[in-house]
Every structure is written in structure tokens, then in C-alpha cells.
Design a protein around this ligand. Structure first.
Ligand code: GDD
Ligand code: MN
Length: 364
């Protein structure tokens, strides 16, 4: 049986339509289901509207005394759920209830975790402003940068629409901080097969979003905690040490070649950057990304090297540009090299970390 968990906070205007469409979808798909609405003392009568449908739809309300947050609502709802599969969905119709059908199908076909995703083919975000799109993309990119690959390889880890087999949650100690319970689940649940099902995030037509500055700050805290709790922080420290060594090699070699060996800056810089990249690559291979599963210099190394060079080319180009400009404007060799390395390194850090991480994860 599927237990659909729907957290609500002042969603009286839409909750009945949401429940009806969800029930119709699941009936149409031939699924056995129940719906648990977790309501945080909505003042607009959300809970009463659910209860008045109880004869028509197998839905009940878990009432909580005040606004206690979305993630805890999902877990409290889960604790009451009788099904062997949990479905989690927003109440406000931004998650089309019809998506429950393909999610349920994915679970039937063997997925342990099926995620409604905006960022796979066929998914999307109807009419978002570019600002909201950017915030969402940035938040997703930050997660991919900070968190282990398991999370980074999910297209829409911030989704609030998903289904999971309850068995995958056994002894996963979920920490309900903030808005994004799925992040916790991806990081900690024991699932073998994860599937993303496309859906288009709809415009909110009734009521107001409950997402505010506080939720953004909580999100950052959540990421930091997950990074530390999953051992990713250790990879990060290694990555940072290697990058630092690369920066020293780049700067020292460039300065030596120009000042002591009398090279012209351009070839000296290219050689210095290449030496730094090779340094970073081999330490990544033998140290940073070495793990119980991945030995050092394992097969495919040359392909990874080629890929790594390709990834780093934009940072290298920026490094050249900044160093060159600095010299043209009359700056010293050492300062020019440092400025170039900083710029190139920053670009890599901001844009490339997820792809670099993925290079060592079977090359997805
Ligand atoms: N019980 C309870 N308690 N429900 C809450 C609370 C709370 O503190 N805060 C929000 N909700 C409910 C809302 O009533 C709604 O059903 C759902 O949680 C999502 O809240 P929204 O305020 O509509 O969220 P959103 O549309 O800005 O954000 C959504 O963004 C993601 C995509 O970026 C999230 O809710 C995700 O689920 C969604 O996928
Ligand atoms: Mn919403």
C-alpha cells in the first residue's frame, strides 16, 4: 500500500482538489493507498476540509500544534503511515498529483526511490522568473558541490515530490532540518535503484509560498551538516590540500622559469599550468578520490586525465588571461602568477567541482 504524505500549512483553498486528483490518479493506476495530511494548525480550516472528504477518499489528518517545519511534517506523517511505500507531495498543486502514477509505476518496476524531477528530460518549471530559476539552480549546484557523489548525481535532489519503499528507510537516522527532507533521504537511505520521473513544477495559483529567508539559511546549515556527516568534508580537505599544492607548483615554476631561466612568460605559464594540472590529477587519483571501492591508478586513468584536462581548460584560460593582463599592466611576475591562479582556481571551485567529482565516479 502507498501512504501519501501531504504536509499542509494554510492550504484550504486547494487541499480538496489535491486529494481528489491524487485519489483518482492512484485508483486509476490500480494502487491501494491512504493519504495522511500533516497539518500544522492551519488557521484557514485546511484540516476540516480534509476530514469532510473522509467518506469519499481514504484520507486522515495528523494535527500538529503549530508550524513545526516541512521536514518534520514528512517524518511525523511517515510514522503514522501504514503503507510499505511512502509518497511525499506538496498540497498546493505545484506538484501535479497525476505524477503519482508514473512514480508508482517506477516503484512497481523495482525502484526503491522514485523522485519527481524538474531537471530531467520532460521536466521543468512552468513560468518561473529567471531569478527564481537561478536561485533553484544555484541551490542545486551548491548541493552537488558540497555533497558526496551519491547526491551530486541526482538531477533534482531538492524535490519535494517522491516515493520511497519504507524498507529503504530502516535504520536510516534522518535528521529533519529545514525544508529538504529528500536530501537526507538520498544521503542516508539504503536504496539500490533510484529513478527520476519528470514533472513540470506548476505555478502556485492559491495561497502563498512558505519559503523565505529563514528556509534559505536553514538550507545552508543543512548542507554543511550533511557534508560533515557523510565524510565528504574529508574529501574536501584533501581536495583543498591538493589544489594548494598545485597553486604553489604553478606559481613557483612560472616565477623560476621567467626569472631564473629567462623564459618568455607565455610558454613559462603554459608549462607551469600543465605541471600544476598533472600534479592535481595524480594526487586526485592516488589520494583524494581513492577509497575502498576505487584503488589508485585504476583502469581508465588516461581517459580520466583527458577529461580532467578538458574540464580545467576554462580555468587555465582564465589564469592565462589574468596573468597576462597583470603583466601588461606593469605588475610583477609573482603577483601576476598569484592573481592568475586565484582567478582560475575560483572558477574551478565555483563551476567545476561536481564534474570533477563525477570524473572519479565511473565517469557519469
Ligand atoms: N505541515 C507543514 N508545516 N507543512 C508545511 C510547512 C510547515 O511548516 N511549510 C510548508 N508546508 C507545506 C505547504 O503547505 C505545501 O503543501 C508544502 O509544504 C510546500 O510548501 P511551499 O511553501 O508551497 O513550498 P515551495 O513551493 O516554495 O517549495 C517547494 O520547493 C520545491 C521545489 O523547489 C518545496 O515544498 C518542495 O516540496 C518543492 O519540490
Ligand atoms: Mn509550493
Amino acid at each position: 500500500m502507498i501512504s501519501v504524505i501531504i504536509p499542509t500549512y494554510n492550504e484550504a483553498a486547494v487541499i480538496q482538489e489535491t486529494l481528489r486528483r491524487a485519489a483518482e490518479t492512484l485508483r486509476g493506476a490500480g494502487e491501494d493507498f491512504e493519504i495522511v495530511v500533516v497539518d500544522d494548525a492551519s488557521a484557514d480550516g485546511t484540516a476540516e476540509r480534509v476530514e469532510s472528504l473522509a467518506g469519499e477518499i481514504p484520507a486522515r489528518v495528523l494535527r500538529r500544534p503549530g508550524r513545526l517545519g516541512l521536514a518534520t511534517a514528512v517524518l511525523d506523517g511517515g510514522a503514522q503511515a501504514r503503507g510499505d511505500v511512502w509518497a511525499v507531495m506538496d498540497a498546493d498543486l505545484q506538484h501535479p498529483p497525476e505524477t503519482l502514477a508514473p512514480l508508482a509505476r517506477a516503484i512497481r518496476e523495482g525502484a526503491d526511490l522514485a523522485i519527481g524531477s524538474r531537471y530531467v528530460k520532460g521536466g521543468g518549471t512552468s513560468d518561473w522568473t529567471w531569478l527564481r530559476k537561478m536561485i533553484s539552480r544555484t541551490a542545486t549546484h551548491m548541493a552537488a558541490t558540497v555533497l558526496p557523489l551519491k547526491l551530486a548525481s541526482v538531477g533534482d535532489p531538492m524535490s519535494g515530490l517522491f516515493m520511497i519503499r519504507k524498507s529503504a528507510l530502516e535504520d536510516a537516522r534522518l535528521n529533519p532540518l529545514g525544508y529538504k527532507i529528500l536530501l537526507e533521504i538520498i544521503a542516508k537511505a539504503h536504496y539500490r535503484k533510484l529513478v527520476e520521473v519528470p514533472y513540470v513544477f506548476q505555478e502556485r495559483e492559491q495561497g502563498a509560498s512558505k519559503l523565505g529567508a529563514r528556509q534559505y539559511v536553514e538550507y545552508l546549515r543543512h548542507l554543511a551538516r550533511l557534508a560533515a556527516g557523510t565524510g565528504q568534508l574529508r574529501s574536501w580537505i584533501r581536495y583543498g590540500l591538493v589544489a594548494l599544492a598545485g597553486a604553489v607548483i604553478d606559481i613557483a615554476l612560472f616565477v623560476l622559469l621567467v626569472k631564473k631561466a629567462g623564459w618568455r612568460p607565455a610558454p613559462a605559464l603554459l608549462l607551469a599550468i600543465e605541471a600544476a594540472l598533472l600534479n592535481n590529477f595524480f594526487w586526485s587519483e592516488a589520494f583524494t578520490f581513492r577509497s575502498a571501492e576505487l584503488s589508485a591508478f585504476h583502469p581508465g586513468m588516461w581517459a580520466r586525465l583527458a577529461r580532467y584536462e578538458g574540464i580545467c581548460i576554462a580555468g587555465a584560460a582564465l589564469n592565462c588571461l589574468v596573468t597576462g593582463l597583470w603583466l601588461v599592466l606593469g605588475g610583477g611576475i609573482l603577483a601576476a602568477a598569484m592573481a592568475g591562479v586565484l582567478a582560475g582556481g575560483a572558477l574551478n571551485l565555483l563551476l567545476n567541482v561536481p564534474v570533477i567529482w563525477r570524473t572519479w565516479s565511473g565517469g557519469r
